[in-house]
Design a protein around this ligand. Sequence first.
Ligand code: ATP
Ligand code: MG
Length: 554
Amino acid sequence: MSTNDTPLPANFIRQIIANDLNTNKHNGRVATRFPPEPNGYLHIGHAKSICLNFGMALENNGTCNLRFDDTNPEKESDEYVQSIMRDVQWLGFSWSELRHASDYFEQLYDYAIQLVERGLAYVDSLSAEEIRAYRGTLTEAGKESPDRNRPIAENLNLFRRMRAGEFDEGQYVLRAKIDMASPNINMRDPAIYRIRRVHHQRTGDAWCIYPMYDYTHCISDALENITHSLCTLEFEDHRPLYDWVLDQLQTPSHPQQIEFARLQLEYTIVSKRKLNLLVTEKHVNGWDDPRMPTLAGLRRAGVTPKAIRDFCERIGLTKQNSWIEMGVLEYCIREDLNENALRVMAVLEPLRVVITNYPDGQVENLEVSNHPQRPELGKRTVPFSKVILIEQDDFSENPPPKYKRLVVSEEVRLRGSYVIRCDSVIKNEAGEVIEIHCSYDPGTLGKNPEGRKVKGVIHWVSEAHALPAEVRLYNRLFTVPQPDNEANFLDALNPHSLETLTACRVEASLAQATTVQRYQFERTGYFCLDAVDGINGGLVFNRTVTLRDGWVKD
Ligand code: ATP
Ligand code: MG
């Protein structure tokens, strides 16, 4: 494998395309494609490829197709097809044309017939194990199959009968006749068709032979007049085969394959196969579980498409495999949410506070800004009354040093409201604080008290007005940065990846919460209404991300 040693610019593909346009290499056209296999939901790694392929087309006034690489019918389904279309659109892209590798089954078959007729492919009766044994190793040449010199007429006859369904699975394969001694194992007579008696989600039972990925991909690219076929580094060693197939056939064009490094993101997994295992073994609640690195999971967690696009641009594009810190993605999420999320107050673990000198039955509708830096986002009314709820964490009888929240005999400001002072503490028989009694200073609404400084500000809700809610706090799904490198990645699952708080109370304005809107629960984090459980009946919120990396200071 030849990775380039010289440092590449942040997006070397952008430069290649610019040069190709300058030299009129593909008649001044840019045509890309995003080619997922519909065998799972798209993940954040795919987002890198989507942003690249659609992005290069958009930047250069070109086209980008969405092509389902659907040649493995046993693993594919229409559910995956639908989810992929939805996720690409959600990320903000529209494809020029929607294609399927299966659209080309007939053409692929015709091209294969041409290869057979020209002595460039043969039908082999070796078993899969035998083919593997004959293939040789990196240091040893492979061995030719006894069927390699089967006469062309016989090959043609057998291949037609393979298609006609006369043979069992595994009885024959069609192989390209290239070079069993090639230093590149991919060139040692790779299989290009195999027999599979499986129902295909699009072509049904029309076919019982299916073309292999390497053979299908290059021809599909060529049939779509793709100019730049962008793929991940593991296909670098397959490029000679990509070019060999197209060099033998009179396809409409010969696209240029360019490889880039896959996204590897710390504390998660980007492999559909492994993500599938998490789903089927119920380690998570489905492909759209907010802990999943799938686009469906990120969406349900409240991550915005813009944050993902920013992330993909920020991580750049190179030919070096490397791990990206989760903090980079979280940074992009916070950037967007900080700017756009509406500020609200929610108390996750409530402690009752009675304001003893506030008139019984009085309610003040306070006007509170929805976003302190963006007055155009307006204000909302937040009711204030005699009994409020604050976070248990925001009161301490034995405060640690530098504690700036509520303590006995001291003052604190209630966000958007008055300054209160803690006068006494009510405890149950077990000695736990169940309620605190405070007094408020009526002269402190929107202004500082005279002659003294109040440092701390805490959030609150009015007990009589607040709405009950469930809040789901998500943490990293794995406890180690590179779960993929563990003997068994399941052993590295974080048992505390989901913490559910069911006694939360949120401000009354959230009765109007929508799944489109993002919220900052003041001092707590960024949240969104759960699109599944938060819309029928009770309010359920998902934490998208904490306010800051690590420990949240006051
Ligand atoms: P997986 O192992 O998750 O199934 P894949 O590469 O087999 O990944 P495909 O559906 O074949 O998944 O991928 C569609 C496109 O997305 C391919 O061009 C592939 O190279 C790209 N892609 C997949 N994973 C990543 C990743 N982690 N980073 C960048 N691009 C990726
Ligand atoms: Mg794949």
